[in-house]
Write a protein that binds this ligand. Structure first.
Ligand code: FE2
Length: 466
């Protein structure tokens, strides 16, 4: 008997009528088992096989994907319906953005540009736009942005949704966007009382209405309440709300240059009180840049004790903060390295792309890491590598993403970059040669080396150097 496997291997099993009894049966069983295993091995066929990529830890490996999951990592000799050759290219888990405002994305210039470039004028402009924009407008802009994100390997985003207006059109739009992109992007929504929980008539009621409609995370903005006392009370109120509902909590906390603002301290206290731990994130935390060092030496241990995470947004805060300074101008970034040294999980957030607060942006989390690296002066090789982990693993931890990372059995979501190492990826912010979401190739880009026309010089230039 001869069996042809789908790999072309041929397995022969002889039947001998002259041999009988137990020895024959044992021999026949042995031959059958060996032949079956051989045939089964030959039959191994992945849906997608990525050959020869370099993982962020430097390991060179093949990745075999079956359905939506990674079936194998290592040296793989098997067939596949599709093979991608990634020889020498970096294969990374997807990028993650834990802080964004998708209801405002791609609205730059509507209803007019932010002439002063300040946070306050941005909030005022958005206050006009959110009442002019239709649900369809917001869905259209957000889904277009998600196309950008998919092409850049950005496959998980936490977006704050303004719950201030009673019409809650932003909430309605973002819930629909979440449904549309669910097959390829994890979108988490935060109920964000942009104009304050108590500063507007229905601020608190609308946060609750948004959560009841299915928004995932409780937000907050204590520094925008009328007084420091109101801000502190809003934090106590919102922490209770998150704890009672078993939800995560992510607060725009002290996005100011005020060295005396104390909301981070209050937030850490409430996180500890309710045991929220890593389910709570402090976003921005820019006041910490301006605080007295002695006070910070007390504050950082309180943050670490609480277990809360931190999300600085370097692209935005390097432009928004320090606007009241002459010289020197404050950078307005929280104390990233000091928080990390204390054991706090710190990610990098993007915050905005082409909206009332920020006129640029590309959906590239490597742009965010690049800026963060510079502003936080994270230039040691270990710090640069950490900046890459911040926009992948650490951000995933902040969002509480299950099944994240390149491992056997994990979700088959990954990015192939035209770079050799994580640090080189930050330096080059290179093309995403392929993006795979849950086993499906959702975006591809041909390698695009520059062609030189210089006598005696190479014909092509790639700028990779490692
Ligand atoms: Fe923000």
């Amino acid at each position: 008997m001869a069996t042809k496997t789908n790999q072309g291997a041929t397995v022969c099993v002889s039947f001998c009528p002259h041999v009988a009894g137990w020895p024959f049966l044992m021999w026949a069983t042995f031959v059958f088992m060996v032949a079956s295993r051989w045939a089964a091995k030959g039959r191994r066929m992945f849906d997608l096989l990525i050959k020869g990529g370099t993982l962020p830890n430097g390991q060179v490996a093949d990745i075999g994907i079956q359905g939506a999951h990674i079936a194998e990592i290592g040296k793989i000799e098997a067939g596949a319906k599709r093979v991608i050759m990634a020889l020498g290219d970096l294969i990374s888990p997807p990028f993650v953005d834990p802080h964004f405002h998708m209801d405002a994305v791609l609205s730059y210039g509507l209803p007019r540009i932010n002439a002063s470039g300040t946070l306050i004028e941005g909030i005022a402009l958005w206050g006009e736009l959110r009442d002019l924009a239709t649900v369809e407008d917001m869905i259209g802009r957000a889904v277009t942005y998600c196309d950008w994100a998919a092409s850049m390997g950005l496959l998980a985003i936490r977006t704050h949704v303004d719950t201030t207006p009673d019409h809650l059109r932003g909430v309605e739009a973002m819930l629909e966007v979440k449904r549309i992109v669910a097959p390829y992007i994890d979108l988490q929504l935060v109920a964000f009382p942009q104009d304050g929980l108590y500063r507007v008539a229905n601020g608190r009621a609308n946060v609750i209405r948004a959560l009841d409609k299915g928004v995932d995370v409780v937000g907050g903005i204590p520094h925008f309440e009328r007084t420091m006392e109101d801000g502190a009370e809003s934090l106590r109120d919102l922490a209770r709300l998150a704890a009672d509902r078993g939800l995560m909590w992510d607060v725009h906390c002290d996005e100011t240059d005020d060295p005396l603002s104390r909301h981070v301290e209050t937030m850490a206290r409430e996180v500890t009180r309710h045991g929220l731990g890593q389910r709570a994130a402090g976003s921005h935390l820019t006041s910490m840049h301006s605080m007295d060092n002695y006070y910070v030496s007390k504050l950082i241990p309180l943050i670490a004790e609480s277990g809360m995470t931190a999300i600085p947004n370097p692209l935005i805060n390097i432009t928004l903060q320090g606007r009241h300074d002459s010289y020197p101008k404050r950078r307005g970034l929280t104390r990233v390295k000091e928080l990390q040294a204390a054991g706090v999980t710190v990610g990098w957030g993007q915050d905005c792309v082409m909206d009332p607060w920020y006129s640029l942006g590309t959906a590239d989390m490597l742009d965010v890491a690049f800026m963060g690296l510079h502003v936080a002066q994270m230039t040691h090789p270990e710090e640069m590598a950490r900046c890459f982990r911040m926009v992948t693993e650490d951000n995933a931890k902040i969002m509480g993403l299950q099944d994240f990372g390149l491992r056997k059995g994990g979700l088959a979501s990954l990015v192939i970059l035209d770079a050799a190492t994580p640090t080189e990826a930050i330096r080059l912010r290179p093309d995403r040669l392929a993006v795979v979401s849950r086993g499906r190739v959702i975006s591809e880009k041909a390698r695009n080396d520059a062609r030189l026309s210089l006598p005696g010089r190479p014909a092509q230039v790639r700028r990779r150097h490692s």
